[in-house]
Design a protein around this ligand. Structure first.
Ligand code: F6P
Length: 318
């Protein structure tokens, strides 16, 4: 393999820049040149290519987001778009591709490999931590710490004014940020998409707690549960002074944590090794504190997580 391309696709996440830097420098150290592609798969179609040297990735390790920029490309969903992308890469002499992103990015990479027998490796990057086969995705740790910081601040005002706060954290279909931030932030209760919990049972717990003298509550609601508004309405019918805070995209930004920088560096190195070993359709994962590689087919399966122990503990610790 002589020349590889690298792109970031889908939602950005902190740590992507560390992975890009690592891929570029690890590849160059093996005499493999690197082409950066801006705006994800759309950049492959529009030939948004730039050759990357060691110095081109200087000073990006501290930055959130992705210096290559990212996008969700509609054109890449079509065979015509993918054909154009393949043609552009062939003309440029590219014989391997590293994609950094979530499950949509991985699905695109797998189809591209299957259609053109092109070598691809995926680095999992999403704050949702919802990729199968890996214990960690890039950006989750930073987003979790951002959510925890926000919850800590909300706690100050919730306590001072004896208020109930619903705090909505991100996670399209995953309750990972919710369960971890609830435990780390000492929240009283939580709602996640993976587990059925009725709004009325939350209300009952709040009412019982208030009668027993506990005046302020923080309830974490995962975005993917879709229950923030219903719960707020239900609580407001019985209790005054309920407030809702949606942390939102703040969780996607910011300087990556030490963990996400290290994860990016090690996954980037593993991605280059995977391509050089001739693996043609693999993802890099993180298992027991080490990078591992496994087929993309496994990475695009639904990640089944059992969060029941977290939920039980949050409630015991209330
Ligand atoms: O997948 C990452 C994520 O931040 C989810 O938690 C959230 O549901 C979604 O992306 C938001 O997407 P967008 O940035 O397109 O609004």
């Amino acid at each position: 393999m002589n020349k590889i391309a690298i792109l970031t696709s889908g939602g950005d996440s902190p740590g992507m820049n560390s992975a890009i830097r690592s891929v570029v420098r690890c590849a160059l150290s093996k005499e493999v040149s690197v082409v950066g592609v801006s705006h994800g798969y759309q950049g492959l179609i529009e030939k948004r290519f730039c050759d990357l040297g060691r110095r081109d990735v200087s000073n990006i390790i501290t930055r959130g987001g992705t210096f290559l920029k990212t996008a969700r490309s509609k054109e890449f969903y079509s065979k015509k778009g993918r054909k154009k992308a393949h043609q552009n890469m062939s003309e440029k002499g590219i014989d391997g591709l590293v994609v950094i992103g979530g499950d949509g990015t991985f699905k695109g990479a797998l189809v591209f490999h299957q259609e053109f027998d092109f070598s691809v490796t995926g680095i999992p990057a999403t704050i949702d931590n919802d990729i199968a086969g890996t214990q960690e995705t890039l950006g989750f740790d930073t987003a979790l710490n951002t959510a925890m910081d926000a919850i800590d601040k909300i706690r100050d005002t919730a306590y001072s004014m004896d208020r109930i706060f619903l705090v909505e954290v991100m996670g399209r279909k995953s309750g990972a940020i919710a369960v971890h931030s609830a435990l780390a932030g000492g929240a009283e209760d939580l709602l996640i998409p993976e587990m059925e919990q009725s709004v009325s049972s939350v209300l009952k717990k709040v009412q019982q707690g208030r009668e027993a003298g506990k005046k302020s509550w923080i309830i974490i609601v995962a975005e993917g549960s879709g229950k923030t508004l219903t719960l707020a309405q239900e609580l407001r019918e019985h209790i005054d002074d309920v407030r809702v805070t949606v942390i939102g995209h703040v969780q996607r930004g910011g300087s990556p944590s030490a963990f996400d920088r290290i994860l990016g560096a090690r996954m980037g190195s593993a991605a280059v090794q995977s391509l050089l070993q001739g693996k043609k359709h693999h993802a890099v994962g993180w298992f027991n504190d080490r990078p591992v590689t496994y087929p993309l087919q496994k990475a695009i399966q639904h990640k089944q997580e059992d969060f029941s122990e977290f939920i039980e503990l949050v409630q015991i610790l209330t």
